[in-house]
Design a protein around this ligand. Sequence first.
Ligand code: OAD
Length: 229
Amino acid sequence: MARIVILTGAGISAESGIRTFRAADGLWEDHRVEDVATPEGFARDPELVLRFYNERRAAAAAAEPNAAHRALAALEADGRHEVLVVTQNVDDLHERAGSRALIHMHGTLTGALCAACGARWPAPAVMRVTDPCPACAARAARPDIVWFGEMPYRMEEIWAALRAADLFVSIGTSGNVYPAAGFVADARHAGVETLELNLEPSMGTRFFDAARHGPATQVVPDWVAAMLA
Ligand code: OAD
């Protein structure tokens, strides 16, 4: 029984048709990140930000989990190893594939959050600036997503799991955004074995004990098969 902490990023959902963040033009779906993924951007133009995430939510709902998401769910369901998936992705493809021990450290498109009182509720398919908060009635509904300048969710729990792990696996993430980009160093510091599975070497590839490069739908099922052999 190995304790395995798995970090996933946009690369695991790429073959489900969801675009990754760091395209060559530096834009995210034709928008500047400052406009759509910061509290300041939301304060300036909430309508634009809600519309942007309504589009992302529709795209995620139309996408299907792929063989990589399914392989991670199968690894957990097998029960031979204790598996925790920590995802930076705001889509729900891991849970739809069957992953149960799952932390959405950057939040999720399926959640709404009141910017006035902090209440949370399930996001409707289309969020509007006029939606009242079910708790305080303020018209300040935002997606329950962690933006730049905000603290990712459940960090203490993630760091504790990392320190207690036997193996840390990073899948489909460029290693550009902290604190997730620092997990490999945190794991190494705690004496945890580290493995990268990515299309190409990431920013931090040299920090990993081992790496396998290729599309997630190939390298992830191959690795899971080896773990269950
Ligand atoms: P990035 O877009 O930065 O990186 C995606 C990584 O996936 C790259 O290293 C690609 O080489 C790799 N990749 C692409 N296609 C792949 C495939 N088919 N199989 C395997 N790997 C593939 O996305 P993230 O690292 O997830 O934060 O970005 C981290 C955070 O930055 C996001 O969570 C988001 C963003 O700003 C917030 O929104 C707060």
